[in-house]
Unconditional design. Structure first.
Length: 351
């Protein structure tokens, strides 16, 4: 009689160990994939949008851009000084960057590079107890990673205050615009008022263009929102959107700051690059700033596109600006995308 073949019992422990090894290998594989994707993300970001970490702190010290206002006569009105500014100033880290990134340097770096007009867009957070920095649907963040913290208006103010404490002869114009029409404007105004009240000595909030001597070491609050009648909450810098695609005869439009002073703004943000340059150049030559006229002249455009690429247009426009032979001392506030120290220095040196 043939012996029955004996089958050894299954080793349950070896099966469990096999599963553990498989899971471990899978986790390692996923981790490697994530690292590779993060590396690809950072390489693509730098390739398409510039290196957000590149900054030489000695550059601004050698150029004298950190305290350039110390050399300006204190009796001059801010509207009598050529001032470099940045458009959508807080967008160094924003997604989707291809369409929304208008700057490649932080607020701290912009200030060191000489920029003294900051264009800030805000929205309410979910609990409506603070203001977040934004551009369109994108939130401004602390780093290039999309999960990094959102920047708040109080954080930006803290950076500006730190700079002014180190450079007390300077002043910074902070122009604030509510970005979302669905936000309650009264809530926004009350949060700005609260921020001002917490450090009132830091702010200039009158609706009157000041002379430099009166605002050294201070933030000049400028507003693109409404306030109740009688409230003194910053320079009234509201203007109608200039969204025409076709060129108009007069590129800058006038509005009132107060009964004695006026605002001239060229912000043709849908013009082609060539038309935008013409509008910017015409404004420099045909709309001089003076003690009662503040001029805001934007060298920025989205070319009327649904999916714009600000860096592409800025590369062309900024190059044209640097090739200008001279800049009149009555040019006013000149506002750039992808602003660097070279652009600021050209504006500063024209004073």
């Amino acid at each position: 009689m043939a012996k029955e073949k004996r089958i050894p019992p299954k080793n349950k422990n070896s099966k469990v160990k096999g599963h553990k090894k498989t899971h471990k290998a899978r986790r390692i594989f996923i981790f490697i994939i994530i690292l590779a994707l993060l590396g690809l993300y950072s390489v693509m970001w730098v390739g398409a949008f510039g290196n957000p970490f590149k900054y030489n702190s000695m550059q601004s010290k050698k150029a004298g851009t950190e305290n350039w206002m110390s050399k300006i006569e204190g009796s001059k009105s801010l509207s009598q000084i050529n001032i470099p500014g940045t458009h959508d100033s807080a967008t160094k880290n924003i997604s989707p960057a291809w369409f929304l990134k208008d700057q490649n340097s932080s607020i701290k770096t912009q200030l060191k590079n000489g920029y003294r007009y900051l264009d800030i867009r805000v929205k309410l957070n979910k609990t409506e107890d603070t203001l977040l920095l934004c551009h369109n649907m994108g939130s401004c963040r602390t780093s290039i990673w999309p999960w990094s913290k959102k920047i708040t208006l109080p954080q930006l103010v803290a950076d500006v205050k730190e700079f002014l404490l180190a450079n007390p002869e300077e002043t910074v114009i902070l122009c604030i615009k509510p970005e979302k029409t669905s936000d309650n404007e009264r809530t926004i105004v009350s949060l700005i008022q609260k921020l001002v009240n917490e450090d009132s000595g830091l702010w200039y909030t009158k609706n009157y263009i000041p002379v430099l001597e009166n605002v050294r070491g201070k933030i000049v609050l400028a507003r693109r929102y409404n306030v109740d009648s009688g409230m003194a909450l910053g320079l009234n810098l509201k203007w109608k959107e200039q969204g025409q695609l076709e060129m108009v005869e007069f590129p800058a439009e006038e509005s009132a700051i107060n009964v004695l002073q006026k605002l001239q703004v060229q912000d043709r943000f849908k013009y082609s690059v060539e038309d935008k340059w013409q509008a910017f150049h015409d404004t420099i030559n045909e709309y001089p700033s003076d003690s009662s006229t503040l001029v805001l002249n934007f060298l920025t455009t989205m070319e009327g596109r649904m999916l714009p690429h600000p860096k592409k247009y800025a590369d062309q426009l900024n190059k044209k600006f640097l090739e200008l032979n001279s800049l009149p001392p009555t040019s006013g506030i000149l506002i750039f995308d992808w602003a660097d120290i070279e652009l600021a220095k050209k504006v500063i040196d024209s004073n």
